[in-house]
Design a protein around this ligand. Structure first.
Ligand code: CA
Length: 225
């Protein structure tokens, strides 16, 4: 198997890498979240073994970025025993399995084999902002108990804004991501579609999830954002 191990603890990292290499696996070891993200994004691995507590970018963030970028390599998360790990969070973010440290090497091998057998499956996670839920796989949107019908463009725009929740995104960036990259028409089309979306996901519910950031673009944010 081609394995990527993202682990900042020197001894543990080397021990696991050497043990896996002895079993005939090709192991790449990196020590920070950023390196893990870059390496996982560019390389082809059968499984990524991802520690959660990493300097800089946490394992959670790495996992979220990978799934957002539609990289579906199976991820096995390594967690400390301190209870900071939230199993539900990890699975929501698209983790495939997890192991609590300290773990037995034989158990690790067995889990890796199981993940390899399962392979990479596109399982987009639900995008959730407050009670607004978008399911990329089933192409559905709902606010609380109300299901909301959208056109394909509205759906793509909402998915883009939800994937970038709490960030301000510019019109040009939205156009490039949601419309054809060669679209050369009026940028105001973004405004028009934001208006359509607001009338569907916000106005009927007395909400203002999609905010206009004057002169810059838009930000989709929950009540906490
Ligand atoms: Ca660590």
């Amino acid at each position: 198997m081609r394995l990527l191990l993202v682990e900042d603890e020197e001894l543990l990292g080397r021990t696991v890498r050497d043990g896996l290499a002895e079993q005939g696996h090709a192991v790449t070891l990196v020590r920070t979240g950023v390196e893990g993200l870059v390496t996982a994004s560019s390389g082809r691995f059968d499984v990524v073994i991802l520690d959660i507590m990493l300097p800089g970018l946490s394992g959670y963030r790495v996992l979220r970025e990978l799934r957002t970028a539609r990289i579906w390599t199976p991820v096995l998360m390594l967690t400390a025993k301190d209870g900071e790990f939230d199993e539900a969070d990890a699975f929501d973010l698209g983790a495939d399995d997890y192991l609590t440290k300290p773990f037995s090497f034989l158990v690790l091998l067995a889990r890796l084999r199981a993940l390899q057998r399962r392979g990479r499956r596109a399982r987009p996670t639900l995008l959730v902002v407050d009670d607004l839920v978008l399911d990329p796989a089933r192409h559905t949107v709902r606010r609380g108990d109300s299901s909301i019908t959208t056109t394909p463009t509205e759906f793509a725009l909402l998915e883009f804004l939800m994937r970038r929740a709490d960030e301000v995104v510019g019109k040009a960036e939205i156009l490039e991501a949601v419309w054809d990259p060669h679209y050369e028409g009026d940028q105001n089309i973004v405004e028009v579609y934001v208006g359509h979306l607001r009338r569907k996901i916000d106005v009927p519910f007395g909400r203002s999830t999609i905010q206009t950031v004057r002169g810059v673009g838009y930000r989709l944010a929950g009540t906490g954002g």
